[in-house]
Design a protein around this ligand. Structure first.
Ligand SMILES: *[C@@H]1O[C@H](CO)[C@@H](O)[C@H](O)[C@H]1NC(C)=O
Length: 356
């Protein structure tokens, strides 16, 4: 009997879905620990159920801060106009006006092979390099922080080393960009940048890479383009979620609703009146572009099953050969942000670009 139980356990460990529930269990243990302290719990409840709803009555736009946390300008003390400080010495900082009164801070990194030539060059030189035939990536980042965050710079370096251009905007309200974030606003910003890139890049491939919240912006943008009869050359979705409504206790944008049941009773849910939806699952059904999902099995914010679910939706909506999911072993410890460090990533990306 004992031998039988042990054998079952071994079999279970080999099953990848049990790894996932293992990870979920760890999450639950982690989220349970604050409850051990009664004082912290009472204080948190006071803030969540009294102060926050009260503040929201006075300033309803505070909801944006909970979802986007865009005012947390991590990393601190970085001059966004000087990307070279982050050893991006072939990157120019520029500002684009996506809409009247909305100025977006954007970094353009050219292929690494041009780094010497790029020294001291102006905006015009950078723009001219866009139509030299190298693929161009637009990287749409997640919530919190700026385009200078380590994992975002990390992705730009990987792409640049592969010989690609990378444009990384801070959406309205983020970094040094003006305005306030809204779902429609973020999508407008991405769409504007895409059209700006297309106007300068000739026949080069243009790929949109979204990470986390940026996967929602990316698929929103793809659907807007489909409505105009344009299919993106390729889309990469890293750490994708299905919709802001998804009940994940550790949801990157709405965890407070799922962690503290009843929160929605006291103050408006972000998706009420369709203010924040990011309907990625619905978007994927409409998209007609090659899609590469990248996801870490130990992603602590969006469980890997969500990516698998999204992969199924996208694959059944179009030719399954055009949709791929690459997952990274949980033992690598990449969590939600770290897969740019994977030594196999450049090959995975090169293969995807060659297939376009
Ligand atoms: C500039 O960046 C390139 C590519 O990352 C690197 O190889 C080179 O050493 C850097 N040069 C300087 C002077 O920092």
């Amino acid at each position: 009997m004992l031998a039988h139980t042990m054998k079952r356990r071994v079999v279970k460990q080999n099953n990848s879905s049990s790894e996932v529930s293992e990870a979920q269990r760890t999450d639950r243990v982690q989220s349970a620990s604050p409850r051990c302290s009664l004082k912290t719990g009472v204080l948190a409840a006071l803030v969540i159920f009294i102060l926050v709803p009260f503040s929201l009555r006075i300033r309803p736009e505070l909801i944006q801060h909970l979802v986007y946390t865009h005012r947390i300008r991590l990393p601190f003390f970085v001059d966004l106009s000087r990307p070279a400080d982050l050893s991006l010495n072939h990157t120019i900082n520029m500002y684009l006006t996506s809409e009247e009164g909305i100025s977006l801070g954007v970094w353009h990194t050219v292929p690494e092979s041009l780094w010497k030539e790029a020294q001291g060059k102006d905006l015009a030189w950078y723009q001219n390099t866009l139509n030299h035939g190298s693929p161009v990536f637009i990287y749409l980042h997640g919530n919190t922080g700026t385009r200078a965050a380590t994992h975002r710079v990390g992705v730009a370096k990987v792409l640049s080393a592969l010989g690609y251009h990378v444009l990384v905007p801070d959406y309205r309200g983020f970094g040094d960009s003006t305005g306030e974030p809204t779902e429609a606003g973020l999508t407008t910003d991405a769409l504007y940048l895409y059209n700006w890139v297309k106007a300068h890049s000739g026949n080069s491939l243009v790929v949109i890479w979204g990470h986390s919240l940026g996967t929602g912006v990316a698929t929103n943008t793809a659907v807007k383009l489909i409505e105009q009869g344009v299919a993106l050359d390729g889309v990469i979705l890293e750490g994708a979620f299905n919709s802001v409504r998804e009940r994940i206790t550790v949801h990157p944008f709405t965890w407070y609703y799922w962690t503290f049941p009843g929160t929605g009773y006291f103050f408006p849910e972000p998706w009420a009146e369709n203010k924040v939806v990011f309907p990625t699952e619905e978007n994927l059904k409409k998209m007609r572009s090659p899609i590469l999902f990248l996801h870490s099995e130990d992603d602590h914010l969006v469980p890997i099953q969500i990516a698998q679910q999204m992969y199924e939706v996208a694959a059944s909506a179009q030719n399954a050969e055009r949709v791929k999911l690459v997952s990274f072993d949980g033992s690598l410890g990449y969590l939600h942000n770290g897969l740019y460090r994977d030594p196999h990533l450049p090959d995975i990306l090169k293969k995807f670009v060659m297939s376009l």
